[in-house]
Design a protein around this ligand. Structure first.
Ligand SMILES: C[S@@+](CC[C@H](N)C(=O)[O-])C[C@H]1O[C@@H](n2cnc3c(N)ncnc32)[C@H](O)[C@@H]1O
Length: 270
């Protein structure tokens, strides 16, 4: 069994050996994860980024939640220190926390009630036996209708790494199978909103999984729209009705029915 202190030491060291490279050269895995998350973030949301590393995705989330508040937490104090010294946004805070078993400290420090919780490349580094309790704790920290976004290496990619590049695996690096994940998150009160395999540097390399609290998934409701989206949709509808619908009426109704009438005239009532 791997002890927490070793995991912490591993990620403290990972900062320099790997993570700072993401700031220098960019990183397609992180970019795709950020793009998956962004549409779920509204400007007044409260968001928790678990295992935030050096805070690149946390920063992107904070740019969307302009009137909200974002917290990045990580087991590695060195990652948290670096994130706090490089991400300068007034609506973001970082602090060191172990998401396993420190739910109450996280609530005390943030107030909980998160609208979105994100874990970018983190769930595969959580011991399998701890996952059910972790999801229950995240659910307890969430607002009603909250989302949980998980991005992680796909099972097929993890198995390929195990067979071909075991030296690239991290200190804890599990295969996260979808049926097990759905059982565990389902028991914690989450339903599936989205699952996809993503091509990053290899085909089907990552999995993107978006869950939402049961009460939201179970009940159809009008999708929430911002004022900008509402106005945009009204303008689009008015333009469609003024220009496109008359043309479609001519193309798919008047013209075809006239043609039918010419080819086989129907009897017209006297
Ligand atoms: C592969 S890194 C991903 C970092 C960042 N999200 C990214 O995508 O670049 C995994 C991160 O999870 C953190 N982590 C692992 N176990 C954790 C735990 N129990 N609580 C909080 N953070 C944890 C590690 O310290 C590390 O920064």
């Amino acid at each position: 069994m791997v002890v927490r202190a070793d995991v912490r030491a591993f990620y403290d060291e990972f900062l320099e050996s790997r993570m700072v490279q993401y700031r220098l050269f960019g990183n397609r895995r992180i970019e795709l994860a950020a793009r998956r998350i962004e549409p779920y973030i509204h400007r007044d949301h409260r968001v928790l980024d678990v295992g935030c590393g050096i805070g690149i995705v946390t920063e992107r989330i904070a740019a969307r939640a302009r009137r909200g508040r974002v917290w990045g937490i990580d087991l590695s104090p060195r990652n948290v220190w670096y994130a706090a010294h490089t991400v300068r946004k007034s609506n973001v805070s970082f602090f060191t926390a172990d998401v396993l078993g420190e739910g109450e400290q996280i609530r005390a420090q943030t107030g909980g009630a998160f609208d979105v919780i994100t874990m970018v490349d983190v769930i595969e580094h959580i011991p399998e036996a701890d996952r059910p309790a972790l999801f229950a704790s995240l659910r307890a920290l969430s607002a009603p209708n909250a989302m949980l976004v998980l991005t992680y290496p796909s099972p097929q990619y993890q198995r390929w790494l195990q067979a071909n590049r075991p030296q690239e695996l991290q200190i804890i690096d599990n295969v996260v199978e979808l049926p097990a994940l759905l059982d565990e998150t389902g028991a914690a009160g989450y339903g599936l909103r989205h699952y996809s395999l993503e091509d990053v540097w290899m085909r089907n390399q990552y999995a993107h999984c978006v869950l939402q609290t049961d009460e939201a998934v179970a009940t159809p409701a009008r999708a929430e729209r911002s004022l900008g989206q509402e106005i945009g949709q009204r303008v689009q509808r008015a333009t469609r009705n003024a220009f496109l619908v008359p043309w479609r009426r001519w193309r798919f109704v008047t013209r075809v029915l006239n043609e039918e009438q010419r080819e086989s005239p129907r009897a017209v009532d006297p």
